[in-house]
Design a protein around this ligand. Structure first.
Ligand code: SF4
Length: 340
């Protein structure tokens, strides 16, 4: 038997003994699975737990999500990053409510048609919420399969992903596809760790894993070198007037689209409002997937309260409750709070 053919029984047994108790697992409705899976993309479970709780408190149903105002949605997502996930969630909810009569699609192919839902998420919803035997293959699962089968295929290539997905499709147990997929996710997250550091002695697949036998787990998976990130020096203007700070909305497209931010631009910049005084406002750095912002803050006290069109003044309460500010500026929060 191949390593993948041997996998289901020990993996499910391990899962039933060790499965993490997570709120979305307690009641795996399609809505709960969709929200949790989108939150978990690129984000650790520990970081998601509180967001998920508050999100479900505020938007307990797909109808509530479909009707939520964008700014409120962004506020609920503030700090999780990759904000397109939230927009996609709302678009998917609107499709379900407006076009499907509030009924979640039940077939894998139809789930895949929801906005922002790719093969991984569709597989997770189909298997966990509807019990359909469909794999859910993300980077963690590709890493586990690469090692289990000592497969030196480049996992960034569609052909490798397809091959590994097909191999899982052939062994996924029809009686427990959701548990199988979640067990694989847990194995990747807790045992078969990235960066050459798997904990093979705790692995339910240790007895038949090809990479362990060949002592090559540290070399797998194969993926291309990441491109170096672009570095941008930016000047960030903290403009304070009568206990409020100026915010503007980012553009409709691209990085952090439509979120609110402290006005900023590539350095050296020119202050966008006439300043009565300027002070140094410290420095900060934020790393996005493809770009790094190296930020220098300036504290601006303007001569008047006039702002460019579309900008707003926010007091402490509005900053806390209303406007979603990206994490990139989090290092400057003490500065802002001192000046409000
Ligand atoms: Fe990963 Fe080690 Fe388990 Fe193989 S034995 S699947 S390398 S943790």
């Amino acid at each position: 038997m191949t390593p993948l053919e041997q996998l289901p029984i020990p993996l499910l047994q391990w899962y039933h003994e060790t499965a993490r108790s997570l709120p979305w697992r307690a009641a795996p409705t399609p809505y709960h699975v969709l929200v949790s899976e989108l939150m978990l993309q690129q984000t650790r479970v520990a970081a998601v737990l509180e967001y998920y709780r508050l999100f479900m408190e505020a938007l307990p149903t797909v109808e509530a999500l479909a009707a939520v105002e964008d700014d409120r949605l962004m506020k609920l997502w503030q700090g999780l990053g990759y904000y397109n996930r939230a927009r996609n969630l709302k678009n998917a909810a609107r499709r379900i409510v407006d076009e499907l009569g509030g009924e979640f699609p039940r077939r894998y192919e139809d789930i895949l048609l929801l906005p922002g839902v790719g093969e991984y998420t569709a597989g997770a919803v189909a298997s966990i919420a509807f019990g359909l035997p469909v794999p859910a293959v993300d980077g963690n699962v590709l890493r586990v399969v690469s090692r289990l089968t000592a497969d030196y295929g480049d996992i960034s290539k569609a052909s490798t992903k397809r091959r590994m997905r097909d191999a899982l499709q052939a062994v996924i147990p029809v009686a427990a596809p959701g548990d199988f997929n979640q067990a694989l996710m847990d194995l990747g997250a807790l045992v078969c760790l990235p960066n050459g550091a798997p904990v093979c002695q705790r692995c339910p697949a240790g007895e038949f894993c090809a990479a362990k036998r060949l002592d090559c787990a540290g070399d797998l998976p194969i993926k291309p070198q990441k491109k170096a990130r672009r570095i941008e020096a930016r000047t960030v203007y903290f403009i304070f007037y009568e206990g409020k700070v100026a915010l503007r909305r980012r553009g409709e497209r691209g990085l952090l689209a439509r979120l609110w931010e402290y006005p900023n631009e590539l350095s050296p910049g020119a202050c966008p409002v006439p300043p009565a005084s300027v002070e140094h406002g410290g420095a900060g750095k934020h790393i996005f997937t493809h770009v790094e912002w190296h930020m220098t803050g300036q504290i601006i006290r303007p001569a008047s309260g006039t702002l460019p069109d579309g900008w707003v003044w926010a007091d402490r309460e509005a900053l806390g409750q209303r406007y979603a500010i990206p994490n990139a500026f989090r290092g400057f929060t003490p500065l802002v709070e001192r000046n409000l």
